[in-house]
Ligand binder design. Structure first.
Ligand code: MUC
Ligand code: MG
Length: 385
């Protein structure tokens, strides 16, 4: 008879048992309006998970959303409700030294809910690593690097403002690659906007674009050669997430390398994209892959297919960004860098010591666990009442 996945080994350390999990919705204003193809935000919403073990160790995790349940199906309201009613009760009493068992219990308690599960799993790793006095990265295989090139996203939709913003980032030596959000306006208007940006920043910055599923295949076929002529280095998710075959057809006539984002949540999605040859690069995110271990699994499928890795984000604060950096730090290759500029687009952060951004890179915070400390005053200030 196959072993039950829920047989808890007898040697479970009682002091590592998960005793308490709480979740708080926070809304943190952004420094300017951030406009994607189908949504726009002036505040970023997260669910912050706080977890306590029997030994008193605490862990934190963050579930990010973008524009309510519009970037993906999860909203902060649904994330909090499902954590409180289903996911936390499923793992209370389990040992933090059994992250796979914690994951299996949550999968049995709720379908998908990937961002909610990711936040709890991050908090489990944080508490476990703090107990052991090691960084989370060490529990994931150890660090290949301690900093990662980090880009900035231009998403006001106003090219004059975007050029000014990019100039300021270049001058401060914070970012030299810029991701331009397109798809909120007609393609011709976006092409004109990109032309202005590429002329203004020529020779000094690299541009990539993210259409967030806005185009149909005909539009993409028409626009990709224009983007190639403008020197755009990468095009992210030009087609709807369902049209993976369409992405493969676009790649059959190479113009600009394509990056998969919303079409890759699970390892099965990644396998399909790889089998169809539908992407050159994949954007890795905790909210999509449901946690640190799964992120590395998706990366492994991509690596096996020769697909490049990119460290994606959903505008996380320093908490969520730190969690990603611990996972990214252990990947053998991260050829396309990362986009964890989230802490910089917020008017305030949720930790006592925000992440360090310097010389176009973001640094893995030092210290045990995630290496960041939740600022409880800030948590109270931005908590939704
Ligand atoms: C996305 O689709 O990549 C990441 C950066 C940004 O500006 O939006 C997000 C989501
Ligand atoms: Mg994207």
């Amino acid at each position: 008879m196959p072993e039950s996945p829920f047989t808890v080994p007898a040697d479970l350390r009682n002091d590592l048992a998960i005793r308490e999990i709480s979740s708080t919705i926070v809304d943190v204003p952004t420094v300017r309006r951030h406009k994607l193809s189908s949504l726009s935000v002036t505040a970023q919403s997260y669910v912050i998970v706080e977890l306590r073990l029997a030994n008193g160790a605490q862990g934190i995790g963050e579930a990010a959303t973008l524009g309510g349940p519009r970037w993906s199906e999860e909203s902060v309201e649904a994330i909090k409700a499902n954590i409180d009613a289903h996911l936390a009760p499923a793992v209370i009493g389990l040992g933090a030294d059994r992250p796979e068992l914690v994951a299996a219990r949550m999968d049995a308690a709720a379908k998908r809910n990937n961002a909610a599960k990711a936040a709890i799993k991050t908090a489990v790793f944080d508490a476990l690593a703090r107990t052991l006095g090691v960084p989370v990265a060490l529990l994931l295989g150890g660090q290949m690097r301690d900093s990662i090139p980090v880009l900035w996203t231009l998403a006001s939709g106003d090219p004059a403002q975007e050029i000014e913003e990019a100039e300021a980032k270049l001058a401060a030596r914070l970012h030299e690659t810029f991701k331009v959000k397109i798809g909120a306006q007609p393609p011709e208007a976006d092409m004109a906007r990109l032309k202005r940006l590429s002329v203004a920043l020529a020779g000094r910055a690299r541009l990539i674009v993210d259409a967030n599923q806005a185009w149909d295949e005909t539009t993409a076929t028409r626009c990709l050669p224009v983007l190639a002529d403008l020197g755009v280095a990468l095009v992210e998710q030009p087609l709807p997430a369902w049209n993976v075959a369409g992405m493969a057809r676009l790649r059959a006539h190479p113009t600009v390398p394509l990056m998969a984002d919303e079409c890759v949540f699970t390892t099965h999605d990644m396998l399909q994209v790889a089998a169809l040859g539908a992407a050159d690069v994949v954007s890795l995110k905790l909210v999509k892959h449901a946690g640190l271990l799964n992120l590395k699994r998706v990366a492994a499928v991509a690596e096996a297919a020769g697909i490049g890795l990119y460290g994606g984000c959903l505008l996380e604060s320093s908490i969520g960004a730190a969690a990603h950096l611990h996972a990214f730090a252990g990947l053998r290759e991260l050829a396309w860098g990362c986009e964890h500029f989230g802490p910089q687009i917020l008017t305030d952060d949720l930790v006592t010591q925000p992440l360090r951004f310097e010389e176009f890179r973001v640094y893995l915070p030092a210290g045990p666990g995630l290496g960041v400390t939740l600022d409880r005053d800030k948590l109270r200030r931005y908590a939704r009442t």
